[in-house]
Design a protein around this ligand. Structure first.
Ligand code: UTP
Length: 299
C-alpha cells in the first residue's frame, strides 16, 4: 500500500523567533499570504498524503483551528456578501484526515517523532517539518518522489538534501554518500554527520526537512540518548538505523525546490520577501518599492 501518512512536528518553542513566538506558534507566522504550516500541508496533500498527524505542544491550538472548518466565518462572509473570499478557505476542504497529539515536553525533534508511534505503529511514514517550505509557494513533489524511491528500493530511510555553500555545512546534518562518495540526484546514504567542520564534511548536502522512514526508526529513537541541548535528535536515530544495516537513500532537492526554513529571523525575512515578491497582485509594486529604497541608500 502506498504511504499516505505524514507526521508534522510543530511542538518546538521557536525561541530564535522571540518575541513573535511568545504566544503564537512559529509555524503560524505568515510567509506571503499564508502561514508556513499551510504550505507544508498543501505540499503533502499534492504528494498523495491523506492522513496527517501534527505533533503539537503548549500554545499551538491555533494550528488546529486553522485546519478546522470555521462555520461562523463562512456564514459571516456569505451574509456580508463577500463570497469571493470563500475561496481563500478552500484549503479547509482538502481530502485530508487530521490527527493531533501533544509532545508534553519539548525534548527535541526525535522525541516529537516518537510521540507519533501509537498512531503510526508498524507502517512506513513521512516526516515533514512544520517550519520549512520547499520551493516558492510550495510547488514541490519531493515527498512523492521520496515515497516512490522508498518503495522501489525497499529502503528504511529516505532523506531530502539541499546543497549548501561549504561554509554553511557547520549548521546542518550533512550526508555521507556511499559507494565512491559521489552523489547524483538519488544516491546511497551511508551515514549522516551532524554539523561537521568545513574540512571534515563528507559532502555539501544538508538535511532538508523531509524524510520517509520505516517503523524501525521508533526502536532506534527509544534507544537514542539525549544529545546537544538535552534533545533527542532524529539524526542520531537515523544514523543508528543505517549503522544496523538499514538501507538509506538520499534525494537532492532541485534548484526550483529551495528549502525555506523560517527558524531564525534572517531566513524568515528572506522567505517572506521572496514569497511577497512572487505575489501576483502585490509583487510588482513591492519590487519597485524595494528598488526605490535601495536606490535611496536607506538599506
Ligand atoms: P527546531 O529545531 O527549529 O526547534 O524545530 P524549535 O525548538 O522549534 O526552535 P528554537 O531552536 O527554539 O528557535 C524544527 C521543527 O521541529 C519541531 C518544531 O516545531 C519545528 O517544526 N520540534 C522541535 C518539535 O516538534 N518538538 C521539539 O521538541 C523540537
Amino acid at each position: 500500500m502506498a504511504i499516505d501518512l505524514a507526521v508534522v512536528p510543530v511542538a518546538g518553542q521557536g525561541t530564535r523567533l522571540l518575541p513573535s513566538t511568545k504566544s503564537q506558534p512559529k509555524e503560524m507566522l505568515p510567509v506571503g499570504r499564508k502561514p508556513v504550516v499551510q504550505y507544508v500541508v498543501e505540499e503533502l496533500a499534492n504528494s498523495g498524503i491523506h492522513r496527517l498527524m501534527f505533533i503539537t505542544g503548549p500554545g499551538k491550538a491555533s494550528i488546529e483551528n486553522h485546519f478546522d472548518t470555521n462555520w461562523e466565518l463562512i456564514t459571516f462572509l456569505r451574509e456580508t456578501g463577500r463570497e469571493e473570499l470563500l475561496e481563500e478557505l478552500d484549503f479547509e476542504r482538502q481530502s485530508l484526515e487530521y490527527f493531533y497529539t501533544r509532545q508534553r515536553r519539548q525534548l527535541g525533534l526525535g522525541h516529537a517523532v516518537l510521540c507519533a508511534r501509537p498512531l503510526v505503529d508498524d507502517q512506513p511514514f513521512v516526516v515533514a517539518l512544520g517550519d520549512s517550505i520547499i520551493g516558492v509557494n510550495a510547488q514541490s513533489d519531493i515527498v512523492a518522489r521520496m515515497v516512490e524511491r522508498f518503495e522501489a528500493e525497499s529502503a528504511d530511510v529516505v532523506v531530502a538534501f539541499e546543497e549548501v555553500p561549504s561554509q554553511d555545512v557547520v549548521r546542518y546534518g550533512i550526508a555521507s554518500p556511499g559507494g565512491d562518495g559521489q552523489a547524483g540526484d538519488i544516491f546511497e546514504l551511508a551515514d549522516l554527520v551532524e554539523k561537521p567542520s568545513v574540512d571534515e564534511a563528507p559532502s555539501r548536502l544538508a538535511v532538508a526537512a523531509r524524510y520517509v522512514l520505516s517503523p524501525r526508526i521508533f526502536d532506534a529513537l527509544e534507544k537514542t540518548e539525549p544529545g546537544k541541548g538535552g534533545e533527542i535528535q532524529l539524526t542520531d536515530a537515523i544514523r543508528s538505523v543505517l549503522a544496523d544495516g538499514g538501507r538509506g537513500i538520499g534525494i537532492r532537492l532541485q534548484p526550483d525546490e529551495r528549502r525555506f526554513d523560517i527558524g531564525n529571523f534572517g531566513s524568515y525575512f528572506r522567505a517572506f520577501t521572496e514569497f511577497a515578491l512572487a505575489d501576483p497582485r502585490y509583487g510588482r509594486g513591492l519590487r519597485e518599492h524595494l528598488r526605490d529604497l535601495l536606490d535611496g541608500g536607506t538599506s
